[in-house]
Design a protein around this ligand. Structure first.
Ligand code: CA
Length: 237
């Protein structure tokens, strides 16, 4: 099936929003095509696939989560949900069904582009010689984390240096935000039994540093029975 890795599909029934997404993409040199219903997208998918699809959840003919499930049953290209629905249930279900990222409207054009690029990178084979140029500073929710020095700077500008264990965990979360990560993934699969509890311990230490109220965590959410979810827009600089 023909696959156009540079093409972005927009599934959005609201004309004004679709135009805004399309013009944002165009400004950053991405070609896009727009579909105003789930059925229109599924029809095209029988013939060709894009590099990435930006998917609204509130569609006139079907729920976007159902459309997502049908796409993922057959295709592996980038999927970014861009929706007015910001509740945890939709977010978690969308990510569980295989969306690569989740954004809530209204969107910041530059953030949309950063996330589009990040999803597209995930689907690209690694290029030789690019490892040394990986970005090392992550910005999220007003915080900054330098993955080389382990310095964590708060929105108020205070810097603390994290322990190696905390820094490693935070880096894993920041590398894959808005995805459910199991304890095993957070530990890299090593010595799971012994370290299972230590992950929870490290998470609670990180929460004490990052969260206003560690009992009601907003950044590092627990997904019961599954693991943890880092809920923030992360931009690597
Ligand atoms: Ca809609």
């Amino acid at each position: 099936m023909p696959r156009n890795a540079g093409l972005i599909w927009i599934v959005e029934d609201d004309d004004a929003v679709a135009r805004l997404i399309g013009s944002t993409l165009e400004r950053y040199d991405f070609a896009s095509e727009r579909f105003d219903s789930g059925e229109a997208l599924l029809r095209q998918l029988r013939q060709r696939t894009p590099g990435l699809c930006i998917l609204d959840l509130g569609l006139p003919d079907m729920d976007g989560l159902e459309l997502l499930r049908q796409i993922r049953a057959q295709h592996a290209f980038g999927l970014l949900i861009l929706t007015g629905r910001g509740d945890t249930y939709d977010r978690v279900t969308g990510l569980e069904l295989g969306a690569d990222d989740y954004m809530v409207k209204p969107f910041e054009p530059r953030e949309l582009i950063a996330r589009v690029r990040s999803v597209l990178r995930r689907y690209q084979p690694a290029l030789p010689g690019t490892q040394g140029e990986a970005p090392r500073v992550a910005a999220f929710a007003g915080w900054r984390f330098d993955s080389a020095t382990h310095d964590l700077t708060s929105p108020a500008g205070q810097t603390e240096t994290l322990s190696l264990a905390e820094a490693t965990l935070l880096r894993r979360l920041l590398e894959r935000p808005n995805q459910i990560l199991s304890r095993e993934q957070l530990l890299d699969g090593r010595n799971l039994d012994a370290l299972d509890r230590s992950i929870d311990l490290r998470v609670s230490r990180l929460r004490k540093r990052l969260e206003e109220n560690p009992q009601h965590a907003r950044l590092i959410k627990t997904v019961y029975g599954a693991g943890y979810l880092f809920c923030a827009e992360v931009v690597w600089l």
